[in-house]
Design a protein around this ligand. Structure first.
Ligand SMILES: [Zn+2]
Length: 423
């Protein structure tokens, strides 16, 4: 596959228009980085300019900067029915148009969501509201790259700003880590040179903005071993999830790591961490992370200990799981509010926060995975087995998987036929 990378990177596999996409309204809006204010445009008649809502500012503060005060402000409020006045977030950009002969703006526009723009214009009879729907188009694309230092760096190298802006690239990195949350710890399991390929939906607005939509399929080589993920949902569409090439769910009894990838600042932090403690009876895995990083229970279980431990752990939580497995989380700066022994916790639930209590020389999480009372280094096979696709859906899954695989690896070597392989 010695094709130049630029041509092989983005393969348009399919393009569909999609108004009213479910994922188009996810929480990420407004984008965390401030939207760039457009340059001031001046022609003979009017000027366009914009102001962002500052912290501790109210709507009236922003509008006052465009001369909309007093009666004009009252009229604006009455007309702008679609504007959630009490729930405006700092950073929201208001665009104004003002006649050069006037001190009061004649039009105020604001993006309420990725797919909605509200405009309120002042006319002869007062302010009038219009809501414009901005269509987004979905394109199915493929991204492939090599991880040398971290998944973030790999995506920065493989994906240009015009393909996905940096903030959206980070969303993609988090989404990849989420797909493999039970399978791969992207800060520890990846070897430099490991490759990945992701099939994703990217959204593009009629105004040229680009966002990450969702992942459909992926292949990540973990220490050179390929791990596939194919998105599949049954006919009711109620339980979608990722399955491997043999039809087993990527969900397992245990998460691969107690810290969520998106909470660990940058990639390989824990691989080359400095000496975090000089503790004789150290039998666990250390995760370097900032103070206060949320620590999650790696599996469903019952809390058996919460409190300070004098033997070196500092603030410690112990949880009992199925099959006699226990997990311990040490050196914590604090516990989740109200957490107590005897309490049931769910996989992924935040139970405490990273700290440096006990025999610790810097903020990190000391994690132990105890099988029959003995601390062991949890290997990937210890995470439990994924539930297979229900037998009645085998054929349906096979069809979906092959369709996705053809888009994921259009130039790759044909994979060995997996005729409904089951354990
Ligand atoms: Zn440790």
């Amino acid at each position: 596959m010695a094709r130049p990378w630029r041509t092989s990177h983005y393969v348009v596999a399919a393009a569909l228009t999609a108004a009213g996409l479910v994922w188009a309204t996810r929480e990420a809006w407004p984008w965390r980085q401030p939207l760039t204010a457009p340059a001031i445009v001046v022609d003979a008649a009017y000027s366009d300019f914009s102001h962002a809502l500052g912290r501790r500012e109210t709507l009236s503060d922003v509008l006052a900067r465009a001369g909309v005060t007093g009666r004009d402000y009252a009229g604006f409020l009455t007309a702008a029915k679609a504007l959630p006045v009490r729930r405006l977030r700092p950073g929201l950009v208001f665009e104004f148009r003002r006649l050069k002969t006037d001190s009061v703006a004649s039009r105020v526009s604001v993006r309420l969501s990725p797919e909605k723009r509200l405009s309120v214009a002042r006319g002869e009879t007062g302010w009038v509201e219009t809501v414009e729907i901005i269509p987004w188009t979905v394109m199915r694309l493929r991204v492939t790259g090599t991880i040398e230092s971290s998944l973030y760096d790999a995506l920065d190298k493989a994906v240009t700003d015009t393909f996905l802006p940096p903030v959206e690239r980070r969303q993609l990195a988090w989404a990849i880590a989420d797909v493999y949350d039970w399978e791969v710890d992207f800060t520890r399991d990846i070897r430099p040179g490991d490759r990945f390929t992701v099939l994703l939906d990217r959204l593009e607005s009629s105004e040229g903005e680009r966002r990450f939509g969702r992942i459909l399929a992926a292949r990540v080589d973990v220490a050179r071993t390929p791990e596939y993920a194919f998105y599949f949902e049954d006919s009711t569409g109620s339980r979608g999830g990722f399955y491997d090439e043999r039809g087993r769910s990527l969900r397992r009894a245990f998460l691969r790591a107690p810290l969520q990838f998106r909470r660990v600042s940058s990639g390989f932090g824990s691989r080359y961490h400095p000496l975090l403690h000089t503790w004789r009876h150290h039998e666990g895995v250390d995760f370097a992370a900032a103070y206060g990083t949320p620590v999650r229970a790696t599996a469903d279980g019952i809390v058996t200990r919460v409190g300070h431990d004098d033997s070196g752990y500092g603030n410690l939580i112990e949880v009992r799981h199925v099959n006699g497995i226990r997990t311990r989380y040490g050196h914590l700066s604090g516990f989740a509010r109200g957490l107590h022994a005897g309490e049931r916790v769910d996989q992924g639930e935040t139970i405490g926060y990273v700290g440096s209590t006990g025999l610790s020389t810097g903020p990190h999480l000391h994690y132990e995975f105890l099988v029959a009372g003995r601390p062991t280094n949890p290997r990937r096979k210890d995470m439990g087995a994924g539930a297979p696709v229900p037998k009645s859906l085998d054929a349906a899954y096979g069809g979906v998987r092959e369709a996705l695989r053809a888009q994921l690896e259009p130039t790759g070597p044909p994979a060995p036929a997996v005729a409904a392989a089951r354990d």
